[in-house]
Design a protein around this ligand. Structure first.
Ligand code: ADP
Ligand code: MG
Length: 697
């Protein structure tokens, strides 16, 4: 309690430090989305600077989230020289609300023309400024949006804020129809559970693959993996506990409500989850969590791996994006109510989400696509690449009954008409049993489980917010025109139940049967990133985002280009890293060991011509052809990489080539190297083993 939020310029601090009228004016901006006046910004900037300096700050930065998916910052000190050779500490309103970093070195997907390299950052005053303490240097971080000279979003935050705006507008239309005339805003809330691995830093530094690509490109699983199911929720050792506690303290100071942490399913795997917040703040929090995990791990001689699949053979990592809708009056719109009226409203929002997900399954899938996630989705550990919704027995039953027209209140009978009858109560725990569903209703929120562990949650939430806003707007259009609200609502919900039940699936999402069943139902199954992201530039997507003012045509194309390039560049780096490690570390080690075996055979035979050296010979014979193949396949991979690289004119075809040729050859190379690992002397093997990395902590 003493230090939670100590480093945040939060509402309490603002109330204390700002003149009353400035505080009020700022709140008008925050609560009602009104533009911020420069005079107000001037006063806020001054108060913010004084507060920051009191707390030891010397620098400030506009903290933004470019398309790299990481955060970006450029530190400027507050100092300003005076005539007498001293300095004063200055910070103006203009510096608070606007920055002008060079945009040319950030991914922009062709948006920025070379003659206008300037980018602009603008304060997102809905997310509080905070102080970061890095090795004694205290920096005032101002959360900002980042756009080009011509106003296109070059970041992840701008579209997120836009999507929140449209969702609020459309959700309010629905609330008004249900007679709520007082709510001013509806905000999507998000709680993101973050999975990660921890390993000893000294091993991390000995693995070029981990250092450059975030995942092990070679490595054999030891005789024990995760099959004993003894890691999940296991007791946390003291070294990791010390790490976790420091992470908590850092996060609490930053106002990030770190709440839950536990061991995950794979050895060496953990999870941390904060308490949910408004989407843009939750996004900032998640970025701070990822950043803090890295920094604190380093202090503890650990390495934190946020990659989706650092180790083959055990579970990879994801990020569960818990999502709901909340009014400024504090109501959770996905919380089942107790009166018929509340139930009708609840069902309306539930049905809106169902239709939104079914109408836009490809887009939702695209929002969770990154090269790392290609290793997870569809493997038997993460949700499949097929989008479906889990509702739980009770809610599924209600949707089933909606189809018939006059739904029963429960299996026990009784007639239900929307807005007239009460729903059977939905036991919260019964809705949370299916862990294999990519999009699960968990009592009072939906949990999108496809999100990759290293990805910014901004993208997936932009999509969820916008597709739900779209369906709400379709519903509002009809309901506002309707003569009889309740019968029109009943018709709408019935249509959703009939037309979109195909996306509801409560069974085992990991099973082979589901893949076939989903195909029968006509649900898309996009297994790779390259295919999945095409959805970003379909005409349907372009129209949707234009209508809601979330992405322009140009912005969508730029994102498509950026993601395709990101895919190709990632595979390219992985391939080159593999070649480097195979050629300069693995091959020499295998040669050394073969020579040792040959020397042993010769030496022993010289000493005793009748000695049995068959063990050495057998081993040598097993290794020799693999060594030869290793040489050949390294060359194949070099050729494949060169061929793919040359195709740079066509980002899509290049992506496909990286996937079908380069990635395939990488797997062949890995097989040979992994086979060699179990033949070569443990002491001679150049890479720290999976055993060391996964079981030594
Ligand atoms: P589990 O592992 O069972 O899914 P956790 O407790 O690890 O659950 O995480 C649940 C997450 O959902 C937490 O971050 C929590 O704050 C968040 N959450 C709870 N209610 C809401 C809500 N209304 N909107 C968004 N997120 C929520
Ligand atoms: Mg959890």
């Amino acid at each position: 309690m003493d230090f939670f939020g100590k480093n945040v310029f939060n509402d309490t601090v603002m109330r204390e430090k700002l003149p009353k009228n400035t505080y009020k004016a700022l709140h008008k901006t925050l609560d009602e989305g009104l533009p911020l006046q420069l005079e107000v910004a001037e006063v806020v900037a001054n108060a913010m600077k004084d507060w920051a300096i009191e707390n030891g700050a010397t620098h400030y930065t506009h903290w933004f989230q470019p398309m790299t998916g990481y955060t970006a910052e450029k530190h400027d000190s507050f100092i300003s020289p005076t005539a007498d050779g001293r300095v004063i500490m200055e910070f103006s309103g203009k510096e608070l609300i606007k920055g002008e970093p060079d945009a040319s070195s950030f991914p922009n997907g062709g948006i920025r023309s070379t003659f206008e390299a300037r980018g602009y950052t603008a304060w997102d005053c809905t997310s509080p400024a905070f102080l970061r303490e890095d090795a004694g240097k205290v920096i005032l971080c101002i959360p900002t949006a980042f756009c080009s000279y011509t106003g296109e979003a070059l970041d992840k935050k701008t579209p997120l804020l836009r999507s929140m705006e449209t969702l609020s507008k459309q959700a309010l239309r629905i609330l008004r129809l249900f007679g709520n005339s007082t709510a001013k805003r509806v905000t999507p809330t998000v709680g993101a559970e973050q999975e990660f691995f921890l390993i000893e830093k000294k091993y991390h530094q000995k693995r070029l693959d981990l250092m450059l690509t975030g995942r092990t490109l070679f490595g054999v699983l030891p005789p024990k993996g995760q099959e004993m199911e003894d890691h999940y929720f296991g007791s946390i050792n003291e070294r990791v506990t010390a790490f976790m506690q420091e992470v908590n303290i850092e996060l609490w100071k930053l106002g990030v409500p770190a709440k839950t942490q536990h061991k995950e399913a794979a050895p060496g795997q953990y999870e941390i989850a904060p308490i949910f917040a408004t989407t843009n703040i939750a996004t900032d929090h998640n970025q701070l969590i990822m950043d803090t995990l890295h920094k604190v791990a380093n202090r503890h001689a650990l390495a934190c791996l946020l990659h989706e699949k650092p180790f083959a053979g055990v579970n990879g990592s994801g990020k569960h994006n818990n999502w709901s809708l909340s009014t400024d009056e504090g109501a959770n719109l996905l919380e089942p109510g107790t009166t018929p009226h509340e139930n009708a409203q609840f069902l309306t929002f539930i049905c809106a989400v169902i239709k939104a997900v079914d109408d836009n399954a490809e887009l939702l899938r695209a929002s969770a696509a990154n090269p790392g996630n290609d290793h997870r989705l569809g493997a038997n550990e993460a949700p499949p690449a097929i989008i479906s919704i889990f509702l739980g027995d009770e809610l599924s039953d209600i949707i089933e009954q909606l189809k018939i027209g006059k739904p029963n209140t429960s299996k026990q009978g009784g007639q239900m008409t929307i807005g007239v009858s009460t729903l059977p109560s939905l036991p919260k725990d019964s809705t949370d049993r299916n862990r294999t569903s990519p999009f699960a209703f968990t009592g009072n929120k939906f949990e999108f489980r496809m999100v990759p562990s290293s990805l910014s949650i901004a993208g997936p939430n932009v999509i969820i917010n916008t597709i739900v806003a779209e369906v709400l707007s379709q519903m509002a259009d009809r309901l506002e025109q309707a003569d009889d609200f309740h019968s029109e609502l009943q018709a709408i919900l019935r249509e959703v139940a009939i037309n979109h039940s195909r996306v509801i699936f409560d069974g085992n999402g990991y099973s082979e049967e589901w893949v076939k069943e989903a195909e029968r139902r006509g649900l898309p199954n996009l297994t790779s990133t390259v295919e999945a992201i095409s959805a970003l530039i379909s005409n349907k997507t372009i129209d949707l985002f234009k209508k809601h003012g979330v992405f322009s045509h140009t912005e969508l194309h730029s994102r498509y280009e950026i993601y395709l390039e990101l895919y190709s560049k990632t595979i390219n780096i992985e391939a080159l890293t593999m070649i480097d490690v195979a050629k300069r570390q693995v091959l020499p080690a295998v040669v050394r060991y073969s020579t040792e075996l040959a020397n042993s055979i010769n030496t022993i035979r010289t000493a005793d011509p009748k000695a049995d050296v068959s063990a050495q010979k057998d081993l040598l014979n097993e290794i020799a052809p693999l060594l030869k193949d290793l040489g050949l396949i390294i060359k194949d991979l070099q050729d494949a990489t060169t061929a793919a690289k040359q195709l740079h004119g066509d980002a899509y075809r290049q992506g496909i080539l990286y996937r079908d040729l380069v990635f395939k050859t990488m797997n062949e190379l890995r097989q040979i190297v992994d086979h060699l690992e179990v033949l070569v002397d443990y002491e001679m093997w150049p890479l720290p083993s999976y055993t060391k990395m996964l079981f030594r902590l």
